[in-house]
Write a protein that binds this ligand. Sequence first.
Ligand code: NI
Length: 202
Amino acid sequence: MRIQRLALFVLPVLASTVIGINFFAAGASPKRSAGFVSAPQPADIGGAFQLTTHRGTPFTERDLVGRPFVVFFGFTHCPSVCPTALFELSEILRAIGSAADQLTPLFISVDPERDTPEVLSSYLESFDERIVGLTGTTAQVRAAAEAFRASYQKVPLQDGEYTMDHSAIVYLMNRTGRMTGSLDIHEPIETRKVKVTNLLSK
Ligand code: NI
């Protein structure tokens, strides 16, 4: 139910192809129906969290006061969606240039078991240096995801390993901590660049 309501609000893209297809087929009806009276509103998104950066320093919502920021939930073992989203976000930041310095892009791991600050730090070397990786305890990550109404789930693989399914929107948050929109990885990069530029000017 929670996932279905989220699907009304944003188009979730799941990391696992098979489960992702099932999810789209089963739950992601784009139509609003009378039963869904409490779809999350932008005002419901965001809030308090306590995490640790990829540099090992504490980070909370108080570090974002007065700054626009973007938030993406994912994990470093993600086979394609996360690296693509982070690569394209890096392209957007590079295209905007130094004006994007006022923005704080956050990559919050939904896989704290594997994503230590050190792992995040190494992973983020491939992307724009302004992106801040965040991780924490399982409870801290859970709380952060709940604050943003982000969904994720551990999915065991046959080899004893696991992957994570997760919602894959990039939240656009303004200086007052309110969500003003989102980026969809299916949109043209140019469209996303305009959205981020608009966020900076607000
Ligand atoms: Ni991913």
